[in-house]
Design a protein around this ligand. Structure first.
Ligand SMILES: Cc1ncc(COP(=O)(O)O)c(C=O)c1O
Length: 441
């Protein structure tokens, strides 16, 4: 079989629907080949409706209408039914959970409009969502812009898995000393986008609050970013914007734009396709639960495009992880409907904001360090130092071996500190040791 030219007829059907649309123009070669088979899952879904009692379709074992379940599993999850504990979830997630997540998105992002976005699809974590977006829209011919520094997993996903070029752009301003007013380097972001636009399409990932910088745009910066994307689309380029909203909501300063950029980008222009990838991982303090959501939005997506794009995504899910964890999805439903959630989340937020303030106060009350320059930070879990004239890895190792302090070096130039993982009372001492150790290098 000539795999180069072979295209499954179901993929071709979807491609015909998507042809000429923003999605069709941006799809990768794998994205073009993906489809959702009319095989076991689709036939089993039909049987669920039409053959509820004599359903011999799927690889699960039932007795008297209930899934077989071991007591150890059953006893360990007392608030879930047997079906919620052990049955397979649908490929794109449990409908009720997807709807509840969409409702929560609309509440958290008041300017987001229900009609502008797709029903979020459940995936096993934000990482998986980013990887599926990369499957659909990146290959050896594509470049994706990200902040430099960025989460290190981006290069593994975009470059190593998908063969795309990761173009790191210094998103964050470089104040000579601590200056809370210095934020995004909008000129650098604009220049990179304009240059990519010359190829006819731009792919970019925004991760706010950022890992590792811990920065989120102010209102004015959010407006400016949206303007850059709008003007690029108006000038004729297709733009894919992935919003990695893993740390959404952990905003510690009043001037920060409180919504996801997705709210604005999903309704911006028919040449802009926005993808929101988010989840309860950090928002709801369930790091290991492994569930997250992928939501699309673009004025260039009609109902037929949304359906076809949804099937492409389901093809990516089905062919790699099959579906996301069922009990995790039902647990998120409980989180979203439990009256205690809001109060507990507020308390957790305040705990983390206290840690943020302790770091900020340490930096403000100490003279500018000759070798460590804090990058702008106002949100999330992290802050990072730019290392000047010293190697971040040497500093990291010294902190670890001599002081029992764990930090992350990102290349020779950046030291990341996850202040969210420290107790507020530890912060002044730990940062004091970091300053002192760096000073001696
Ligand atoms: C920017 C960013 N995106 C995504 C993730 C991963 O999210 P998940 O655990 O849901 O895969 C992380 C976690 O460290 C992150 O820092």
């Amino acid at each position: 079989m000539d795999t180069q030219s072979y295209m499954n007829p179901l993929a071709s059907e979807l491609n015909v629907v998507l042809d000429g649309s923003i999605t069709g123009r941006l799809l990768s070669s794998l994205g073009s080949r993906l489809f959702f088979p009319r095989g076991i899952i689709a036939q089993s879904n039909e049987a669920k409706q039409l053959a509820p009692v004599k359903n011999a379709t799927i690889g699960m074992a039932f007795h008297h209408g209930q899934p077989l379940i071991l007591s150890a599993i059953s006893d360990a999850m007392p608030t879930l039914s047997a079906k919620e504990k052990v049955t397979y979830a649908p490929t794109a997630g449990v409908e009720e959970v997807r709807k509840a997540w969409k409702d929560s998105l609309l509440k958290k992002n008041p300017s987001l409009k229900a009609g502008d976005i797709t029903l979020p699809a459940a995936v096993p974590g934000v990482t998986a969502g980013i990887s599926f977006a990369a499957d659909l829209f990146l290959d050896e011919t594509s470049t994706i812009i990200a902040s430099d520094p960025c989460w290190d997993n981006y290069s593994l996903i975009f470059t190593e898995r998908r063969g795309a070029k990761l173009r790191g752009v210094p998103f964050f301003g470089e104040p000579s000393s601590w200056d809370a007013g210095a934020g995004l380097d909008l000129a650098a972001i604009r220049a990179a986008i304009h240059e990519e636009a010359k190829t006819g399409s731009v792919r970019i990932i925004f991760n706010f609050p950022n890992n590792p910088a811990g920065y989120s745009p102010t209102h004015a910066e959010a407006d400016a970013l949206v303007d850059i994307i709008r003007e690029t689309a108006c000038n004729g380029a297709d733009i894919l914007v992935i919003c990695d909203d893993a740390y959404f909501g952990l905003f510690y300063e009043d001037d920060i734009y409180r919504e996801s950029l997705f709210s604005r980008l999903s309704a911006l222009h028919e040449k802009v396709l926005a993808i929101k990838i988010d989840g309860p991982t950090k928002e709801d303090y369930v790091w290991g639960l492994r569930v997250a959501f992928v939501t699309f939005g673009s004025p260039g997506l009609g109902p037929e495009h949304r359906e076809a794009l949804g099937k492409k995504l389901m093809g990516a899910i089905r062919s790699s992880v099959s579906c996301a964890n069922t009990p995790a999805q039902y647990l998120i439903l409980k989180v979203l409907s439990d009256p205690r959630t809001a109060g507990e989340k507020k308390a957790n937020y305040e705990l983390l904001r206290g840690r943020y303030r302790a770091v900020q106060s340490f930096i403000a009350t100490h003279p500018a360090h000759p070798k460590l320059s804090p990058m702008p930070f106002n949100s999330g879990y992290f802050m990072s130092f730019r290392c000047k004239g010293i190697d971040a890895e040497v500093l990291r190792k010294k902190l670890l071996a001599e002081h029992g302090i764990g930090t992350i070096s990102l290349g020779p130039g950046i030291l990341r500190v996850a202040f969210a993982a420290l107790e507020e009372e530890q912060i002044a001492e730990i940062y004091g040791t970091i300053y002192e150790t760096a000073g001696k290098l």
